[in-house]
Design a protein around this ligand. Structure first.
Ligand code: C2E
Ligand code: CA
Ligand code: CA
Length: 329
């Protein structure tokens, strides 16, 4: 009690060892402070200094400091992974996935750097780069008769930025493209963060003809009521429920009910993480609309993706034709 006020205090401690952790007193105190900061953040009563964590922080700082160069020196590139139409087995669409080969650190997984880009305020510029490249690629492909819809991932922060729809509209104009050539994938959690604002942004994008897809569906906690309010076209079931679909009765039950639920709400269903034929058959059996996964193709650079599509489609047409021949014969 201080002057009649109730003050709650909490203890946090840090443990560093001399000389194992540092044999220089300034460095030792610095490491103790950093460890203490983490203990306070994590609400832990005490933490011990760990060299690996220091390494992780170093790596993170290096990644954050490299975004500028990554953009100006063309270190990023896009990969494309097909979404297969379950009914006819054709390639309807492709998801655009960002790749970064860092000159020093090598390949950095997008799950790792995108989080850091968001936290350090670099995501907006990266998204602008991805969007520009995507629209340009779709237009270039369309110009030589390769028409494929491209699905871009948009993070929560980008969705809330009021300039996003105008930015996309500008790109469409610049490249003579239309909204119908694109899908935008946003995560469930992005939408839940600020539902009202998200709906506003989604409505504007939808008016431009863009297809809207809820990504990682099933990992967040959106209620049915919330889902009903969203102007979306498609639910993308997270790969966590699909990877072992052929072995897990629980996953199968979840996927089946999600397909039914989505269809009852008038939504199309996409399953990501399809790794084998048996899972694909199950998805077909339960009426899933599109499937994506290593079973068909890994994300591929533009040229390889285009070649893959050509050979996949000719194989698929041959299968369909021989099937029809059999039927008529
Ligand atoms: P996501 O949007 O859920 O993308 C699907 C991820 O699943 C991709 O990982 C893809 O390569 C992987 N995947 C696809 N099929 C299979 C499969 O059969 N088995 C397995 N085990 N994995 C499969 P990736 O490319 O590493 O991307 C990870 C995440 O990074 C993405 O998850 C997305 O959230 C984010 N991301 C990637 N590119 C972008 C981007 O341009 N913008 C934003 N905001 N996020 C991006
Ligand atoms: Ca996605
Ligand atoms: Ca996912």
């Amino acid at each position: 009690q201080i002057q009649g006020w109730q003050v709650t205090s909490r203890f946090a401690g840090a443990v560093v060892a001399y000389p194992q952790d540092a044999d220089d007193i300034d460095l030792l105190v610095h490491r103790a402070r950093a460890t203490l900061d983490r203990a306070v953040l994590q609400k832990a009563s005490a933490l011990t200094y760990l060299a690996e964590e220091e390494e992780t922080r170093h790596r993170q700082l290096k990644i954050i400091a490299s975004f500028e160069a990554a953009l100006s020196e063309d270190q990023f590139h896009l990969c494309f992974q097909p979404k297969i139409t379950v009914q006819d087995g054709g390639v309807a669409e492709a998801e655009v996935l960002l790749r970064w080969i860092h000159p020093e650190l090598g390949f950095i997984p997008p799950d790792e750097f995108i989080l850091l880009a968001e936290r350090s305020g670099n995501m907006q510029r990266i998204t602008a780069w991805v969007l520009a490249q995507t629209v340009q690629q779709a237009a270039a492909w369309a110009a030589h008769g390769f028409n494929i819809k491209l699905a871009v991932n948009i993070s929560a922060h980008d969705l809330m930025s009021l300039s996003l729809p105008a930015q996309i509209l500008q790109l469409l104009k610049e490249h003579g493209a239309t909204g119908e050539m694109f899908t935008i994938e946003v995560t469930e959690s992005a939408v839940l963060e600020d539902e009202k604002r998200a709906i506003e942004a989604l409505v504007r994008l939808k008016r431009m003809g863009i297809t809207l897809s809820i990504d990682d569906f099933g990992t967040g906690f959106s209620s049915l009521a919330q889902l009903k309010n969203l102007p979306v076209d498609e639910l993308k079931i997270d790969k966590a429920f699909v990877l072992e679909l052929d072995q897990s009765p629980d996953d199968l039950q979840i996927v089946r009910s999600t397909i039914d639920l989505g269809h009852n709400l008038g939504l199309r269903i996409v399953a990501e993480g399809v790794e084998n034929q048996r899972s694909f058959e199950l998805l077909r059996k339960y009426g899933c609309d599109k499937a994506q996964g290593y079973h068909f193709a890994k994300p591929l650079p533009a040229l390889e993706f285009e070649q893959w599509c050509t050979s996949f489609n000719s194989m698929n047409n041959a299968t369909v034709e021989s099937g029809q021949l059999k039927k008529h014969g």
